[in-house]
Write a protein that binds this ligand. Structure first.
Ligand SMILES: Nc1ncnc2c1ncn2[C@@H]1O[C@H](COP(=O)(O)OP(=O)(O)OP(=O)(O)O)[C@@H](O)[C@H]1O
Ligand SMILES: [Mg+2]
Length: 252
């Protein structure tokens, strides 16, 4: 689904990402982990067009998207959240979602994910789609609350819901669990697993190792710009380079 080839990003003399080649297969939850400053967010920015690489290629569904602007990439079916996002307006949760569904890519994929019968899907108002998403993300009670007034954790879950509302095939989440309480974490991870089970591909940056190990089908490990390991959670948990660089001995 997504392939990066020898992707490099330098900021001045600093190499944030160093010739990383990686393939993300379709469907499943893919983890991207590593110490602070390893280039994880930079990787997201390069894939989604917020940054252009110094060198290397990004290919999505066999199409070269290197250097494309973000709005074009999002139209191809890639949605993301931001690590530090809190730019919420006075729009309510429902209005935010209705706006996002208006920008969605295909007409059929999102209604199908939400189990809305396709024959009826065309006549569904954006508002009704928004309600189905509120339900799916456990946000129904917040439908009419301005997003800016929501508690922090709920705001973050709404951020994921808004990204989902554009109807992506690939959903990229940058530390979605940061700032959530333990109940919210469980809730969001259940939602993520549900989306995976219905065929969405997820790429997840997270420092919560318990969640990563439980949720991911595959994990890639970055360390100061280098891809140092790749594999299943079981393999990564025992990988010496990953333990040395990030997990520490106690995780082994
Ligand atoms: N716009 C930028 N200009 C200059 N340097 C940057 C920029 N963005 C990132 N960097 C640098 O690139 C390196 C990688 O940063 P990045 O944000 O990708 O790390 P990260 O793995 O997401 O870290 P964290 O886990 O803390 O979020 C860091 O040294 C960072 O300071
Ligand atoms: Mg980051």
């Amino acid at each position: 689904m997504l392939r990066v080839h020898e992707l490099t990003k330098q900021f001045g003399k600093a190499v944030a990402l160093n010739s990383v080649s990686l393939e993300i297969g379709s469907a499943g939850v893919h983890g991207l982990i590593g110490p602070n400053g390893s280039g994880k967010t930079t990787f997201f920015n390069l894939v989604t067009g917020f940054l252009s690489p110094t060198s290397g290629r990004v290919t999505y569904q066999d199409k070269d998207i290197t250097g494309m602007p973000p709005h074009k990439i999002s139209r191809l079916g890639i949605a993301r959240t931001f690590q530090n996002s809190s730019n919420y307006s006075n729009l309510t949760a429902r209005e935010n979602l209705a706006t996002a569904t208006r920008n969605r890519i295909g007409t059929n994929w999102l209604p199908r994910l939400l189990h809305l019968r396709s024959a009826r899907a065309e006549e569904w108002e954006h508002r009704n789609l928004a309600d189905a998403i509120l339900e799916r993300f456990g946000l129904r009670e917040f439908a009419n609350v301005p997003a800016a007034d929501l508690p922090g954790g709920t705001q973050k879950i709404l951020g994921v819901a808004i990204a989902f509302a554009s109807g992506p095939r690939l959903l990229m989440l940058d530390e979605p669990l940061a700032g959530l309480n333990s109940g919210e974490k469980v809730q969001l991870m259940e939602i993520i697993r549900g989306l995976r089970d219905e065929g969405l591909t997820l790429l997840l940056i997270e420092h919560d190792m318990k969640a990563i190990m439980q949720a991911c089908d595959q994990i890639a490990v970055l360390c100061y710009g280098d891809l140092i390991a790749e594999g299943t959670p079981n393999k990564i948990r025992r990988d010496p380079a990953t333990i040395r660089a990030y997990l520490g001995e106690e995780a082994a």
